[in-house]
Design a protein around this ligand. Structure first.
Ligand SMILES: *Cc1c(COP(=O)(O)O)cnc(C)c1O
Length: 404
């Protein structure tokens, strides 16, 4: 039986998460396949930001800090921890950009392992992570040990085992990689790193809100991630940091700001780190962004990560089926793991003319992402993507390959 659009319509009709689409601002004429780069706008965010700006900022003014604003970094952090990170309360805080959060935690980890000379990461890790590590290594005279590229896959336990030893201070990877969507075995890699006395730092930007993560149970030391992808926090929304409770007393992040100090409003001489996770904060919390993150995470929490994961796997599997049946013969390849349990909520389609094809798709109102050199990255955000969107996107690509 040939697959047609009715198959996709049937899958949508049975989708338990279908009603969640109505909680977002959505223009049905656009086939949006990039929710893993910038998640859609929740309608609750529109109301929240309006009230925050005119009511809280406009009328309460400075009193807002004591009426809830100062508590937001921890409150939103705990909500993220409980709903999508598998982290007990008091271990997650929302603060700066992902890049700055990553810098703070990577530097703090290196301070906990003085005398060790190596940082292990992979050449296909997200650019900002690689660059921050290069800067830290240059400043401290450390060496980065690069796991070689497996562009369409990711880093295995075997790769790590080969490269670590008593010289390793830190192992840091993306849990779900940005290009192929490969999911690393976090628990196994944590165990390997701990066996040689190294710490781990995970970037969860492409995992949080799309695949289950159990930081506490899997023994992670540190983690960061952004909130504007599957968590729908909006452009430039602040990122979160996780630090395992046992590590917190000794952990020293490098940006000693007043709001990370113990008893900040005493305006005392000398920096003394604040209690627990508070010490990871540096400056004034980005209140507008924090409110947006809270609303985005609330929608994700209402749906539940298990239901989100089930739909994510179904969406990516449907696209891989369309690839095999309708696109492979036209020269399109799979740049993601074939095993759905090993890939996140995205599929990398490979084609030598990927860049030009992406531009042509955008012109037709189909929005994927181009990732150099040859990947059309299709992000299938489970709360807002329908199976017919997958069908329409794949057919638009097929059309271009057949007739342009
Ligand atoms: C999106 C993303 C970031 C973003 O960093 P910003 O500082 O928010 O620009 C970082 N790491 C990974 C793995 C990402 O996917």
């Amino acid at each position: 039986m040939e697959i047609d659009r009715a198959v996709a319509e049937g899958l949508d009709a049975q989708d338990p998460l279908a009603p969640f689409r109505t909680r977002f601002a959505i223009d049905d004429r656009l086939v949006y396949l990039d929710g893993n780069s910038l998640g859609r706008l929740p309608l609750a965010t529109v109301a929240r930001v309006g009230g925050l700006v005119s009511g809280e900022w406009g009328r309460r003014l400075i009193r807002g800090w004591d009426e809830g604003w100062l508590a937001l970094p921890r409150a939103v952090g705990d909500r993220i921890g409980a709903s999508v990170l598998g982290a007990a309360a008091g271990q997650v805080v929302v603060a700066d950009s992902t890049t700055v959060c990553f810098y703070k935690l990577a530097a703090a980890a290196l301070c906990l392992r003085p005398g060790r000379t190596e940082i292990v990461t992979d050449v296909d890790n997200f650019p900002t992570d690689r660059f921050v590590l290069e800067g830290l290594a240059a400043a401290r005279g450390l060496t980065i040990v690069w796991v070689p590229s497996r562009r369409h896959g990711g880093v295995s336990e075997g790769d790590i085992e080969e490269l670590i030893g008593p010289q390793t201070a830190l192992v840091t990877l993306s849990h779900t990689t940005y290009r192929s969507g490969f999911i690393a075995d976090m628990a196994a890699i944590n165990t390997l790193a701990h066996d040689v006395g190294a710490l781990t730092l995970w970037d969860l930007s492409h995992s949080a809100g799309s695949v289950p993560v159990e930081l506490d149970a899997w023994g992670a030391d540190l983690a960061v991630g952004c909130t504007y992808k599957y968590l729908c926090g909006g452009p430039g929304a602040p990122a979160y940091m996780y630090a395992r409770a046992e590590l917190q007393p000794a952990l020293r992040q490098p940006i000693w700001g007043w709001l990370g100090r113990q008893d900040p409003f005493a305006m005392e001489q000398g920096y003394v780190p604040g209690p627990g996770i508070d010490a990871l904060v540096s400056g004034t919390p980005p209140v507008l962004g924090l409110a947006c993150v809270e609303e985005g995470v609330r929608v994700v929490q209402d749906a539940g990560i298990d239901a989100i994961r089930a739909k994510g796997t179904a969406l990516t599997s449907f696209l891989v089926l369309l690839l095999d049946e309708r696109l492979a013969a036209l020269g399109v390849g799979l740049g993601s793991p074939r095993d759905p349990l090993r890939r996140g909520s995205q599929v990398a389609l490979t084609h030598p003319r990927a860049q030009e094809l992406c531009a042509a798709l955008v012109e037709r109102g189909v929005i994927p992402d181009f990732r150099a050199p040859d990947v059309i990255r299709v992000g299938l955000s489970p709360l807002t993507t329908r199976f017919v969107d997958v069908w329409d996107g794949a057919e638009a690509l097929r059309d271009l390959l057949l007739y342009s």
